[in-house]
Design a protein. Structure first.
Length: 608
């Protein structure tokens, strides 16, 4: 979950390192550091606890000359945030420096062996074993040392390496952690993610596990662990540079909330042709779909919540059983999967460690894999049988908004495609549903144009200590995401509950002044939801309700009601989540929280 960058070229490396890290700070911001191979052929390391700005201030005014360097922004896993635990880490002689994203699972055993051979450790990190192991294995050929290193390390890693014994050279290697190679003119780069290089190049190499990159004399050589050169295809990025900038907004999160109408349009509209759903180059046939016994939807965090929502409408429309699984639990429970099952994998980055591991477990057992990802060419995309890209553009804020919304749209498309193939509903009904799907971007825009009541309500209640989200059916699914949004950026304790479970324990937590967010968008169970609202209202709750336009009966039982535009019940989650995102955002802003970089969290979870 850390971010790493590297530069080799003719220009001073420090400006790129700092700028590149600023584009990756969403991946970790406990500390930051750089190592520059100077013109005097020594390694100059500077690092600092805290945000990247602390490091920038620390080296401001220093003339750190050198056109080769590596940098790191950290999300701590081993050892508390501190100057010492910050990356880069060096060998005892200081002639090898390493930055690392991932976790070395067998670091304790390796550390013990290295200590017995006289190596001194100064940090609490797992990464320090890498710099000492490289020193131990180095016999004049850094590629050989890296190959031996990969044979010993267990876990995940993306490594950037510089050595004083190799002036004019930069090295990198990856396994189960993301790393790209940027190809520029007379300069080249490494980075954990595309935004770090977007200002400098649009051409990248996408590395496979245990591929070693050797930069020398403006040449980029990719080798496997047999030292055989691997010919890589250049992948061209067509993102707009401005997509990874704030564009005048105070926070990336707010910008990304506002981008949802266009993001949803980009996901849906190219896949609607002549009133039918067309899923790119996905090779699933009618016979394949009819053969599926079950669909597994697997994700983490918000991606899991999307899956919970999708279960309802896929089962309702396509009549295929759906199980939704937390990726972090899936592979450890010995799941029963076979070749007649479809596994849908959801990940914004396409690099989420638990989700990638779940994909591999499902594939090993013979399942068909269909992934929904945002980042083209990511590991999950490459390892899937089929992939449906969300085309949401870069999402920088840690708390997902537009990625969540576009993942939901992708699952709507899949569900409708399966429904058409299976013929489970009449064509006229399917046409009505698809037409309503196409109207969702404009309805999301209506909500964005009417956010002032949500802002005002948040200003009155941002000091709440506990917030409970209640809903039934699809509303309960959206409650899960609404609660997560609030807690992750405002640090207010919040929980989502199925409203029908109130009397089974939850209602004991409701007292005078407790803020309850109730969702009541589902027509068939609207009256039951109103009854649940009465139950909490009777016990002193302050109730903020969300309903579809026209359902004004909810007003008598609520302190505040926000109405979403009228839509089909199955599409209500796509609209309801937006006011919940806005509400969470303004609650956090009023509390003075760092909305884009919430404490203890990082954007891309690439460690287990």
């Amino acid at each position: 979950m850390c971010g790493i960058v590297g530069y080799i070229g003719k220009k001073p490396s420090v400006p790129f390192l700092l700028n590149g890290l600023s584009k990756l700070e969403y991946r970790g911001y406990d500390s930051a550091g750089i190592a520059v191979l100077t013109d005097e052929n020594r390694i100059c390391v500077r690092k600092a606890k805290g945000r990247l700005s602390v490091l920038s201030d620390k080296i401001s005014g220093e003339n750190i000359s050198g056109s080769i360097g590596i940098g790191h922004t950290r999300w701590a896993t081993h050892g508390e945030p501190s100057d010492i635990n910050s990356h880069p880490h060096t060998s005892n002689r200081g002639d090898i420096a390493v930055v690392h994203n991932g976790i070395i699972e067998n670091y304790a055993i390796l550390k013990e062996k290295l200590i017995s051979r006289g190596y001194k450790f100064v940090s609490e990190t797992d990464t320090e074993v890498v710099s000492h192991l490289l020193d131990y294995y180095y016999k004049g050929d850094m590629i050989d040392a890296i190959i031996k290193l990969t044979e010993k390390l267990e876990g995940s890693y993306a490594l950037g390496i510089v050595s004083a014994a190799h002036p004019g050279e930069l090295f990198a290697v990856r396994k189960d952690s993301p790393l790209i190679v940027g190809i520029g003119e007379n300069e080249n780069y490494i980075a954990s993610d595309i935004p770090a290089v977007l200002e400098y190049t649009r051409d990248v190499y996408l590395l496979e596990d245990k591929e070693i990159v050797w930069f020398k004399d403006n040449q980029v050589t990719v080798l496997d662990t047999d030292k055989t050169e691997v010919k890589k295809e250049v992948f061209h990025i067509d993102w707009d540079v401005s997509a990874a900038e704030k564009g005048g907004y105070e926070h990336f999160m707010f910008k990304e909330i506002m981008e949802q109408p266009s993001a949803i349009t980009n996901t849906v509209m190219p896949r609607i042709e002549n009133g039918n759903v067309v899923l790119d180059n996905i090779t699933l046939t009618k016979e394949d779909i009819e053969r599926f016994n079950k669909i597994y939807i697997i994700g983490c965090g918000s991606a899991y919540h999307v899956g919970v929502t999708a279960k309802y409408f896929i089962e309702h429309l396509a009549r295929i059983p759906v199980d939704v699984e937390l990726a972090s639990e899936f592979r450890y429970r010995n799941p029963i999967i076979n070749k007649n099952d479809l596994v849908i994998i959801i990940s914004q980055s396409g690099e989420t460690a638990d989700t990638l591991a779940a994909l591999r477990e499902a594939k090993k057992q013979g399942a068909r894999i269909l992934s929904i990802v945002n980042v083209v060419g990511s590991s999950i995309a490459r390892e899937s049988d089929d992939v449906l890209y969300t085309w949401a553009g870069p999402e920088i804020a840690v708390a997902t908004t537009k990625a969540y919304s576009t993942q939901m749209q992708a699952l709507y498309l899949i569900g409708l495609y399966f429904t058409k193939m299976k013929g489970t509903i009449k064509d006229e009904e399917l046409t009505e549903i698809i037409n309503e799907l196409c109207s969702l971007p404009s309805k999301v825009q209506q909500i964005l144009d009417n956010m002032q009541p949500l802002s005002s309500y948040a200003a009155k209640h941002f000091n709440a200590k506990d917030v409970f989200f209640l809903g039934r059916g699809l509303d309960y699914c959206t409650c899960l995401e609404g609660s997560l949004k609030l807690k992750e950026i405002s640090y207010i304790h919040s929980e989502a509950y199925a409203a029908g479970e109130l009397k089974h324990g939850t209602i004991s937590l409701v007292e005078d002044g407790t803020l309850v967010v109730s969702l009541a968008t589902q027509g068939a169970i609207f009256d039951k939801m109103v009854s649940n609202i009465k139950e909490v209202k009777t016990r002193g709750a302050i109730v903020f309700s969300i309903a579809q336009e026209g359902n004004t009966a909810i007003e008598s039982e609520s302190d505040f009601v926000y109405y979403i535009p009228k839509t089909l019940d199955i599409f209500a989650p796509a609209l309801t989540v937006v006011p919940l995102q806005i509400f969470a955002y303004y609650m956090a802003v009023n509390k003075g929280c760092d909305v884009d970089k919430p404490r203890n969290l990082a954007k891309s979870v690439t460690v287990e």
